[in-house]
Write a protein that binds this ligand. Sequence first.
Ligand SMILES: *Cc1c(COP(=O)(O)O)cnc(C)c1O
Length: 221
Amino acid sequence: MPVNKAQYEKILRELEGKATLVAVSKTKTVEDIMELYDLGQRDFGENYVQEIVEKYEALPKDIRWHFIGHLQSNKVKYIAPFIHLIHGIDSEKLLSTVEKEAVKNTRVIDVLLQVFISKDETKFGFDKKELESLFSSPAFASFKSVKVRGLMGLATFTEDNDLIREEFRDLRNIYDEVGKKEIPHTTMEILSMGMSADYQFALEYNTNMVRIGSLLFGARN
Ligand SMILES: *Cc1c(COP(=O)(O)O)cnc(C)c1O
């Protein structure tokens, strides 16, 4: 299916340069990705390790690859050499694996911590208390090669727009609170919230990174 160019341009206008668009290309072909690449898009997001590695190998090397799915510790090694940003860090164990792989690859890996804001129990992430205990843990303080650059969250999948707004507002508040604290190798620069169905609400709460797939590439099977 061809990329929706009009929709791409509309979204870029709506973001007004205030939010980075991560084009979510999971399940889409390298040809689809190249169509958007040729329009100037450089940030692409993927959910599956094998798929992101294959696409990384096949596509131009100036693409910034974002891992946005649920990442298993034993798979970090495959993406560590090239990943631009890992959005879904949801445990200290996973973070310490990223630290180890970053050291092995002699690079710094930027990550976002996933915060649980929704009513969907199937979703992942830290709650506020868990974030605090992570930030005060000695293991966390000892990390050298991971940098926490912000937070990521997924709103409930619902028609209830007020609930979505409430969840994005909560995440925005946590982001602002964390940003005021002095935490080792942690800065609040990136707030990754909003996807095809709800990025308009995320913009109301000043998201600065949206992850959009189906509006650009059409529905996934
Ligand atoms: C698939 C996915 C998206 C994009 O979803 P669309 O509804 O196609 O825009 C965004 N974020 C995450 C974490 C995803 O898994």
